[in-house]
Design a protein around this ligand. Structure first.
Ligand code: SAM
Length: 220
């Protein structure tokens, strides 16, 4: 038996990298009431009432945040960043669970503004903001995801869902915005589709902009 392998010094050297990696992951997390919380709250307060780019109302932002916290989700995807209001609520939750958000928008101006907002809110470390056509990028992303927020082109909602479903973990959640008004184009077709699926449990929260919340109960 090689005694050197079991010496305390050898063991310390062997586990030191793991301890450093763990400390690093922990330090990425938001401590309740800490700097990140204060910065995000101040940012949301300052900008309350001034979101003008089809952004979700604060009540829907809070709803998304609370779903992530309740289920301890960590691998999130948002389709339709705009200037980042919903992304900030989602990433704020992820800063507490230790997760990360990929968010996609096709519009360069809004993407640029969102990136600046994420920085100002202190959440850049938790967000990978992509400037891309989600019709292509959603297909290309590997996943897996445990939380999705669909808020881009409504007539494409069903296609986004079909592309993401195989990459959404069982226990995960697919949410979609603006599903409850007749004028919501394809969002209504998406809602009928997902409500019929036996392996998803779907509810609609109509208190804000109309948010469908679909939990994936089993693979099929
Ligand atoms: C309703 S807004 C998103 C609002 C945002 N979720 C928020 O609450 O702050 C929809 C966004 O989807 C984007 N969009 C529309 N079609 C898209 C596509 N094919 N790929 C990526 N983004 C798209 C638009 O540029 C727009 O910024």
């Amino acid at each position: 038996m090689n005694r050197k392998l079991f010496s305390p010094v050898f063991i310390l050297f062997a586990i030191a990298p793991l301890m450093i990696m763990h400390a690093d992951a922990v330090s990425q997390k938001n401590v309740p009431g800490g700097d990140i919380d204060r910065k995000v709250q101040a940012f949301l307060e300052k900008n309350r009432g001034s979101w003008r780019d089809m952004n979700v109302p604060p009540s829907d932002g809070k709803l998304l945040h609370d779903i992530i916290i309740k289920n301890n989700y960590m691998k999130a995807l948002e389709i339709g960043t705009s200037t980042g209001h919903s992304g900030i609520w989602i990433a704020w939750a992820l800063s507490k669970t230790g997760g990360k958000l990929i968010t996609i928008d096709i519009d360069p101006e809004r993407h640029r503004e969102a990136v600046a907002n994420f920085r100002e809110a202190g959440l850049s470390d938790f967000i990978d903001a992509r400037l891309a056509d989600a019709h292509d990028l959603v297909k290309e992303l590997n996943g897996p995801f445990d939380f999705v927020f669909s808020d881009a082109d409504k007539e494409w909602y069903t296609n986004y869902f079909l592309d993401i479903d195989p990459k959404l973990e069982v226990g995960g959640c697919f949410t979609a915005h603006n599903v409850s008004r007749p004028s919501d184009f394809g969002a209504g077709a998406f809602l009928s589709h997902v409500q019929k699926l036996p392996n998803y449990e779907t509810t609609v929260n109509r208190s804000g902009g109309g948010l469908s919340i679909s939990y994936k109960k089993s693979a099929k």
